[in-house]
Design a protein around this ligand. Structure first.
Ligand SMILES: *[C@@H]1O[C@H](CO)[C@@H](O)[C@H](O)[C@H]1NC(C)=O
Ligand SMILES: *[C@@H]1O[C@H](CO)[C@@H](O)[C@H](O)[C@H]1NC(C)=O
Length: 302
């Protein structure tokens, strides 16, 4: 539990960092797709009226995209918007929630298509399953090697990005900390989020698709294969073959190999290679937690 004093310091830190530096935050993005300047395309404009008047999948199921800090929040959000916009959803069909709610990050909790960041766990999944009722929910969660997540978090925040994060206290310290101390700070701070991710996705479930960050980002083939499986899971026969290919085409925009990002969201590989060397020198109790997360999720201990 945070004390009131800690909370106030966080808030103070948050406002001072946010207002002094004017940085744009990933987590404050209102629209993942627009940020990458997608060329405008008319969703389903070529499909016949008969096809487009079919009932929309989100009137049947509740659709939830799940991500945790550094598991691929940005690509997950982008994919979700690309998929549902291609099927004719509008912004009023979509909601988003990040815990805690940074400015403009939480809206439309009742919308049928949701993006949830840092707030999903095994327990939450059970609650949602009950709440979704007979038609059920369809959850896609992006999962990444927990050790890669902390390595990535250090490199990312060390570059001065998203210093309003309350996962680490104080996040601004990461800019000055070297890899040994910095990695320890992020590893401690991210424990609850990574525990949540692990608990939610270690066991398969019929209403949940585990999107593999590593396969998604390794190559365009891996990306397409993950998208094909995800489409089968999400829609089965709720969409036509024409809609399916339209959606698959739309998702390609989020493939890093086809469309390399133009912003500086990506970390530099050298930083990650270097910081990874400090993983074995994490305090033993923390390291063993991360080894256990890796094992539960089926990753090798790297
Ligand atoms: C973990 O999940 C629970 C819901 O089961 C949530 O209340 C908690 O805030 C989550 N913590 C993080 C850091 O994701
Ligand atoms: C595929 O998507 C791109 C936008 O990313 C669009 O310009 C193109 O027209 C689409 N092709 C088809 C066949 O729908």
């Amino acid at each position: 539990m945070q004390t009131a004093a800690q909370l106030w310091s966080c808030l103070f830190l948050y406002y001072s960092v946010c207002c002094c530096s004017g940085i744009t935050e990933e987590s404050n993005a209102l629209n993942f797709v627009q940020r990458k300047a997608l060329p405008r395309f008319a969703p389903l404009s070529t499909l016949s009226t008969a096809q487009s008047s079919r009932s929309k999948p989100w009137l049947m199921h509740k659709y939830i995209a799940v991500a945790h800090h550094k598991s691929g929040v940005y690509v997950m959000g982008q994919l979700w918007e690309l998929i549902f916009f291609a099927l004719g959803a509008t912004t009023s069909d979509m909601g988003m929630w990040i815990q805690p709610c940074y400015p403009h990050t939480c809206y439309s909790p009742e919308a049928p298509i949701q993006i949830w960041v840092d707030m999903y766990s095994y327990d939450k999944a059970q609650e949602e399953r009950v709440a979704a009722g007979a038609n059920g929910m369809r959850v896609v969660g992006i999962v990444r090697d927990p050790v890669s997540m902390i390595v990535s978090a250090y490199c990312y925040h060390h570059r001065g990005k998203e210093l309003d994060s309350i996962l680490f206290f104080p996040a601004a310290l990461l800019v000055v900390l070297g890899p040994k101390e910095g990695l320890k700070l992020v590893a401690e701070g991210m424990l609850p989020a990574v525990e949540n991710m692990t608990s939610a996705f270690e066991q398969p479930s019929h209403d949940t698709f585990r999107l593999e960050y590593e396969k998604l980002t390794r190559s365009s083939d891996g990306f397409d294969q993950q998208m094909g499986e995800m489409m089968n899971f999400l829609f089965q026969d709720l969409i036509t073959p024409a809609e399916r290919s339209q959606v698959l085409n739309a998702t390609k925009w989020a493939d890093l190999h086809r469309h390399p990002p133009t912003d500086d969201h990506q970390n530099n590989q050298e930083c990650e290679d270097e910081v990874r060397k400090y993983v074995p020198s994490l305090p033993a109790d923390i390291l063993s937690r991360y080894r256990s997360f890796q094992e539960r999720l089926g990753y090798a201990a790297t």
